[in-house]
Design a protein around this ligand. Structure first.
Ligand SMILES: [Zn+2]
Length: 488
C-alpha cells in the first residue's frame, strides 16, 4: 500500500458525523479524500482509476484525535515514572532534557510522534520545553515533520534552567538571546511539512517582569504565532493566577491554551470563557502526580476544555485512555457526593459523547482549528481514524452505539488505519515507514535508535545525585518544603 495518492476512497464504513450542537450521528457512507481534504461524504461514491480504495465494511470512521498538551521528546524516559509525583518527575524526567543531545531529541520526538499516530492522534500541541540549544529545537522540529503528524510545535522562547552539575546537582542559567532569534527565524519560515506543522509558543516564565512578558507575547503575535500554551496549576504548588496575570497585562485572548488549570478559581473560569481561551486536562498525570482532579467536566470550564497526554514517559499516548479516565473520574467524584449523604444520583453525570468531543471537536476549538479538523465534514482536512468494529473488544458495541464503542470499549489494537492530511500513516494495524534523511525507516529501526539513545542517557543519569537533585528542584521552584508531608 502506497502511503500517498491523489485520492483515497473509504467505502461502506460507519461514519461519525457531528451536528451543529456537537451531537454525533453514525451514518453508513463513503468518504472520498482528494489531496489533503475530505471532498465527498455520500451513500455511494464511485472511485476513479488511480484512487486508493479501502473497504471499510465493519469499520468505524472517526475524526482524528486532537491532543492539546504533550511533551513529545520524552520517549527514552518511559517506564521510570510509574510511582512518581510531580517533583520526582521533574528530577527524573523534565530536567533530563539538558542531558539529551540534539540526536537524542530527534529520536525521542520521532518516537513520541509515531506512538501518537499509532494511537489515532492526528493533531498534537507539543509543549516543546527541551529547548536547551537551537539545535535541540531544530532536531525536534525535523522529527515532527518526518513523523507525518499534524502539530502545533510550541517553541520555548525562555529556555528552562540547564543542569550545571550532576553531583552535587545544581542548575545553571540559559540566556534567551539565541532563542528569540530562533523564534523569529522559525516564525518567518512556518508552516513546515507541507503546512502540517505550525509554530506556537510554550511559555511558563510568568515570574519575569511585566514588560518582558508583554513584549514577548506581542512580538510573537506580530510574527504570526497563533497559539500560546502555558502550564497552569494552582494550589500548594502555586498561589498565583496566571489568568489574572494574562488578563491584567492585556494578553488574555482566544490564542491562549492553559494546560491543567487545576484548582482554577471560579473567577479564572469566567475570564477564560469571556476571552475564548481554552484549557487542556491531562487526567493520567494530574491524578497521579497530585496536580488536582481534571477540570474538563467542571461546569464552568467544560465548554472551553480539551484533553492532552502530557507525558508519554509516564503514561500511554492514546487519547482513548484519557477520555475514559476523565469521564469515569468525573463521574466517580460526582457520585461520591451523593453517596456521602446516603443518597443516589437520579442520572449519570457526564456522557461518553462529551468525552469523545473533548478529544475531537473541542480539541480542534482549543487550537483555533475547528474549521479545519476535529470532525468529519466536506472541506475539512482529511485526518481520520479507522476502527475495526468487529474486533473482540468492539464487537456488538458498535451496532448499539459507535461512540460508546470507542470511548468505553476500544484500545489502540482496534485502530486499523490512521490518515493525516490525506496521507495513510497507519495501515492494516501497522505504522507505515517514515523517511529520515532520505532513508526509509520502519518502526523496528526507529526502535533500535531509541534503545541506543536510552542507554546513553541512562549512563549519564547514573552519575546524578538524586537526593541533591530533588533539593535543587525545590529551591529552583521556590517551594516551601513545609508543604511536603508524609502519608498518614
Ligand atoms: Zn506538561
Amino acid at each position: 500500500m502506497a502511503a500517498t495518492s491523489s485520492s483515497i476512497l473509504l467505502s461502506n464504513g460507519t461514519v461519525l458525523i457531528h451536528d451543529e450542537e456537537d451531537h454525533l450521528t453514525p451514518v453508513k457512507a463513503d468518504i472520498l479524500i482528494a489531496g489533503n481534504k475530505i471532498v465527498k461524504i455520500a451513500p455511494s461514491v464511485a472511485p476513479s482509476s488511480d484512487t486508493i480504495h479501502i473497504d471499510c465494511t465493519g469499520k468505524i470512521l472517526s475524526p482524528g484525535f486532537v491532543d492539546t498538551h504533550h511533551h513529545m521528546w520524552q520517549t527514552q524516559l518511559k517506564g521510570r515514572h510509574a510511582d512518581d509525583l510531580l517533583l520526582d518527575y521533574m528530577v527524573k524526567g523534565n530536567f533530563v532534557y539538558s542531558m539529551f543531545s540534539p540526536e537524542d531529541v530527534f529520536w525521542g520526538e520521532l518516537g513520541g510522534c509515531m506512538e501518537s499516530i499509532d494511537a489515532g492522534t492526528t493533531m498534537v500541541v507539543d509543549h516543546a520545553h527541551m529547548n536547551y540549544s537551537a539545535e535541540h529545537s531544530s532536531s525536534a522540529l525535523s522529527a515532527t515533520v518526518a513523523s507525518g503528524i499534524r502539530s502545533y510545535f510550541c517553541y520555548s522562547p525562555v529556555p528552562q534552567a540547564p543542569v550545571a552539575s550532576l553531583a552535587p546537582y545544581s542548575f545553571g542559567t540559559n540566556t534567551a538571546d539565541w532563542a528569540a532569534e530562533q523564534l523569529a527565524d522559525l516564525a518567518a519560515n512556518q508552516p513546515f511539512g507541507n503546512g502540517r506543522v505550525r509554530l506556537g509558543v510554550a511559555f511558563d516564565a510568568y515570574y519575569l517582569p511585566k514588560d518582558i512578558v508583554v513584549s514577548l507575547f506581542e512580538k510573537a503575535r506580530g510574527l504570526g504565532v497563533k497559539l500560546f500554551t502555558s502550564h497552569y496549576v494552582r494550589g500548594p504548588l502555586g498561589a498565583q493566577s496566571f489568568v489574572d496575570i494574562l488578563d491584567s497585562y492585556g494578553l488574555l485572548k482566544d490564542d491562549i491554551l492553559l494546560s491543567h488549570a487545576s484548582q482554577a478559581k471560579p473567577e479564572d473560569a469566567v475570564k477564560l470563557v469571556a476571552k475564548h481561551a481554552h484549557v487542556s486536562s491531562t487526567p493520567d498525570t494530574e491524578l497521579q502526580m497530585a496536580v488536582g482532579t481534571p477540570v474538563c467536566f467542571r461546569p464552568d470550564l467544560h465548554k472551553i476544555s480539551s484533553l492532552g497526554i502530557d507525558c508519554h514517559s509516564n503514561n500511554s499516548a492514546d487519547l482513548l485512555s484519557q477520555m475514559r479516565l476523565a469521564l469515569q473520574s468525573a463521574r466517580g467524584t460526582h457520585n461520591q457526593r451523593f453517596i456521602a449523604e446516603g443518597k443516589l444520583p437520579r442520572t449519570v453525570n457526564a456522557t461518553a459523547e462529551q468525552a469523545f468531543n473533548l478529544a475531537t471537536i473541542m480539541g480542534a476549538r482549543a487550537v483555533g482549528m475547528e474549521a479545519e479538523i476535529g470532525s468529519l465534514a466536506v472541506g475539512k482536512l482529511a485526518d481520520i481514524v479507522i476502527f475495526d468494529a468487529l474486533s473482540p473488544g468492539m464487537i456488538c458495541a458498535t451496532e448499539h452505539d459507535p461512540v460508546a464503542a470507542i470511548v468505553l470499549h476500544a484500545s489502540v489494537r482496534d485502530i486499523e488505519a490512521v490518515i493525516v492530511d490525506g496521507r495513510i500513516q497507519k495501515h492494516k494495524g501497522k505504522l507505515v515507514p517514515v523517511e529520515v534523511e532520505n532513508k526509509i525507516m520502519e518502526w523496528p529501526q526507529v526502535a533500535a535508535k531509541l534503545l541506543d539513545s536510552r542507554q546513553r542517557l541512562q549512563d549519564k543519569l547514573e552519575a546524578a545525585d538524586m537526593d541533591s537533585a530533588k533539593k535543587a528542584v525545590i529551591e529552583l521552584f521556590r517551594i516551601d518544603e513545609r508543604i511536603i508531608v508524609d502519608n498518614p
